[in-house]
Design a protein around this ligand. Structure first.
Ligand code: ZN
Ligand code: ZN
Length: 403
């Protein structure tokens, strides 16, 4: 049994929300709502859709085709418009608040927030320890803010001038940040990662992570992709900041990790590895890496936040695969779109995945659709027509009680 399987037993009971009991009269009404936010491939538009009915929940005009990131709480979507030097922010209108034995669900209109984060070329937006860090590739500056500031319109952002400019990343971990370190020669790839304190002062040594790209969080630990391995950042045990450890991926053969997703209910990571594989990563386990080869090249992949052992991977032949992260085996595969070849430009319109409750919401840009595919059977339950060329997608929502 891997350490993941053991963890699974511990966490499995938290996934299901308690169903209605016999006391129907006093029972508060439980509701499930999911909203999809879809970025257009050609235009500066984000469209919000009700995942169940397909009804529009808003159309938000921005400057250019956005990369979309959702906050951990799901209350905010960041629409990054790098070349326009902006990050637009959208309140999703879906709020889940923990009330102990149940969650409260509050649904309001989605709206474009007045706050637009500006910079020279903002790129990666990362949340950690209750803070959101926006890295500006054009300057090397990091802007730190809290989601509550955005939502109540009282912005108090802090800017750390870490420079110089590079395609970088900053990750908040407690009172510290883990940030990428560029080469002295801006033409050369990034060299590694370092820890800085709240004033930007370096703490400890720079850890090598050539070409660092991609990061994800799982159970307070972050993992970063490097050309020759990964770096694991574990939270500080005492003063001194998070600990950075490099682990080589040399035994996995040709390829490297540059995109990562982190497990929510249990600690693991799923990364890309070369064009036709993914790798399950369990820091601290006997077997840290389990590489999973795919039949054709990978288009996109996503983790299921509720069904913690499920990951979904779309390959260029239009097949969606269900990967069991415990066994490391592909359990099911089903054809869900026509082929979308990975030849051509990386930014050509191709499907993207998001998990919304019991469905995988998959954009099909050629057909102007979001396909809603059952996470159980991998068959299509319904389609949602979307204007323009649906491309990037995030889902927010869940179940709760409306008092
Ligand atoms: Zn309540
Ligand atoms: Zn990037």
């Amino acid at each position: 049994m891997t350490s993941l399987s053991r963890l699974m037993l511990v966490f499995a009971s938290f996934v299901v929300f308690p169903a209605a009991t016999a006391f129907a009269e006093d029972e508060p009404k439980s509701d499930t709502r999911w909203r999809l936010f879809v970025g257009d491939h050609a235009e500066g538009v984000v469209r919000a859709l009700d995942a169940k009915t397909g009804a529009s929940a808003g159309t938000f005009r921005i400057d250019q085709t956005p990369a979309l990131t959702r906050s951990d709480s799901g209350r905010t979507v960041f629409a990054v418009e790098g070349a326009a030097g902006k990050v637009a922010t959208i309140a999703t209108g879906i709020a889940l608040e923990d009330h102990g034995e149940h969650a409260d669900l509050e649904v309001t209109d989605a709206r474009l927030l007045p706050t637009v984060l500006t910079g020279k070329k903002p790129a990666h937006v990362v949340e950690g320890s209750g803070q959101i860090a926006v890295f500006d590739d054009g300057t090397g500056d990091v802007t730190l803010l809290r989601e509550s500031e955005l939502l109540d319109g009282k912005m108090r952002p802090r800017v750390l001038k870490l420079g110089p400019a590079h395609h970088g990343v900053a990750v908040p971990m407690g009172d510290f940040l883990v940030v990428s370190v560029p080469d002295a020669d801006p033409e050369k790839p990034r060299v590694g990662l370092k820890v800085v304190d709240r004033d930007g002062g370096q703490v400890g040594e720079t850890v090598a992570c050539p070409g660092v790209h991609g990061q994800a969080q799982s159970a307070r630990t972050f993992v970063f992709g490097c050309k020759d391995g990964i770096v694991v950042a574990t939270p500080a045990k005492a003063i001194g900041g998070p600990a950075l450890t490099h682990i080589s991926t040399a035994q996995l053969g040709e390829g490297n990790v540059s995109t990562l997703k982190g497990g929510k209910a249990m600690q693991f990571f799923l990364g890309n590895y070369g064009p036709s594989a993914v790798v399950l990563i369990e820091p601290g386990a006997e077997e840290v890496f389990r590489k999973v080869d795919l039949p054709t090249r990978r288009v996109d992949f996503a983790l299921d936040p509720a069904k913690a052992r499920n990951a979904y991977i779309l390959t260029e032949d239009g097949t969606l695969h269900l990967l069991d992260v415990l066994s490391g085996k592909i359990m099911k595969s089903a054809r869900v779109t026509e082929p979308y070849s990975m030849d051509g430009h990386w930014r050509d319109p191709r499907p993207r995945l998001a998990v919304a409750g019991d469905h995988i919401a998959l954009t099909d840009p050629r057909h102007g659709l979001v396909r809603m595919i059952s996470t159980e059977t991998l068959t299509e339950d319904r389609t949602i027509p979307v204007e323009g060329t649906p491309y990037t997608i995030v889902a927010v929502g869940g179940s709760g009680v409306a008092h």
